[in-house]
Design a protein around this ligand. Structure first.
Ligand code: A3P
Ligand code: MG
Ligand code: MG
Length: 361
């Protein structure tokens, strides 16, 4: 059995002398050529409105509308409206796959980008609940206790920085293809537009949803998901050392989030402490590797993707009982391999009853 596992994990298994197998995460183990990753195809879209209600259409899709005046800097104040025009989503509410399942007739997998960055991550762990139901593995993210604590104890400064990220979107996007941004409106973080994409990594077919900030119908890539643009804010960079550090620790997350669903461009707004934006910079997702390949201590996209493929093989190996009430909870903390626990029934079950009944009926 052990050698089967060896083969399946690409030669990177680890079985402790007691307990179930665990998946190691060291980058060196995954440093091989880039695996096959099919160009993601959009198979669905949905929107969540100001009350976080689901709509199976693109009503919340916004349109990229960069400012006409950029000199000396774009006329943005990212702190504007923080006190009086800000409606925050209840981040404590657990949604899981609810929205994705609603719109899908057939569903394969679902998962989020942070698995990719695991070999390089030093701070934040993750928890993924996994169930096998009618031959399909479902993966749903859970908040870790540490993340929950951080969220509940977020400092005032961090709360304002979070707002600024959303406010940047308001300055860069219009509600209609020919419109202009309206920075006087309310920032409501319940609102979201999501693309549902189908793709394949190695031998694993994947289906997942990703939140998308805007589309650029006039850009070089007209088709979704390549027409989408991810908007990000970042502290202003003052030195080459700060830029290297940005490439190492931040760009990896931006890349992972956009590469998986096939979003082709990321536009960054570099902000000063007063909330103004001092520079805009576009990163082409597919060209990010060029910025980091000469730095030997930097991350490698192939390592991220190979790890992800090994993780999916690990899931398939471990989760073999077809039962929507059985959850394997895969947990990872920096400095450790990926491990799991089994739970039958109870709080970790995430496939909604209505979904299980519909699919069984
Ligand atoms: P920035 O991207 O400018 O940091 P996204 O970039 O994924 O579209 O998210 C929009 C904004 O949501 C982010 O802006 C950030 O302010 C906030 N945000 C995203 N993920 C977050 C997280 N894990 N914790 C706190 N805020 C987050
Ligand atoms: Mg977003
Ligand atoms: Mg964004």
């Amino acid at each position: 059995r052990c050698s089967d596992l060896n083969a399946e994990l690409g030669g990177n298994p680890k079985r402790s002398s007691w307990g179930p197998p665990a998946l190691p995460v060291e980058p060196a183990l995954y440093d091989r050529p880039f695996p096959f990753y099919r160009r993601p195809a959009e198979v669905g879209r949905f929107s969540l409105d100001a009350q976080r209600c689901y709509h199976g259409d693109a009503r919340q899709l916004r349109y990229f509308a960069p400012p006409a005046t950029m000199h000396p800097t774009p006329p943005f104040d990212l702190r504007h409206g923080y006190r009086d025009r800000y409606v925050r989503r209840d981040e404590g509410l657990r949604e899981g796959l609810e929205h994705l399942l609603r719109g899908s007739q057939t569903l394969f997998w679902a998962w989020r980008g942070q698995v990719l960055t695991t070999p390089y991550e030093r701070q934040e762990g993750w928890l993924l609940a996994v169930s096998l139901f009618r031959g399909t593995l479902y993966i749903s993210e859970e908040e870790t206790p540490a993340t929950q604590l951080q969220r509940e104890q977020r400092s005032e400064t961090l709360k304002e920085l979070t707002y600024m990220g959303y406010k940047f979107e308001r300055y860069m996007c219009a509600d209609t293809p020919d419109g202009s941004p309206d920075p006087t409106g309310v920032v409501n973080t319940n609102e979201a537009f999501c693309t549902v994409v189908r793709t394949r990594l190695g031998s694993h077919s994947l289906l997942f949803a990703g939140e998308v900030d805007c589309t650029d119908p006039c850009g070089p890539w007209a088709e979704p998901p390549a027409c989408y643009i991810e908007l990000k804010t970042c502290k202003e960079l003052h030195s080459p050392a700060q830029r290297r550090s940005f490439y190492r620790y931040k760009l990896i997350k931006w890349w992972a989030q956009s590469f998986l669903p096939g979003v082709s461009r990321i536009m960054a707004g570099f902000r000063a402490p007063d909330g103004s934006v001092v520079a805009l910079e576009t990163f082409e997702t597919m060209k990010i590797f060029q910025l980091i390949r000469d730095d030997p201590s930097c991350w490698k996209p192939a390592v991220c993707m190979n790890f992800c493929e090994a993780f999916l093989a690990f899931l398939k190996r471990v989760v073999t009982e077809d039962d929507p009430h059985l959850v394997h909870l895969f947990a990872w903390e920096p400095g450790h391999p990926v491990s799991y626990t089994r739970h039958h029934g109870g709080e970790h079950v995430f496939l909604p009853t209505w979904y299980v009944e519909t699919m069984s009926g």
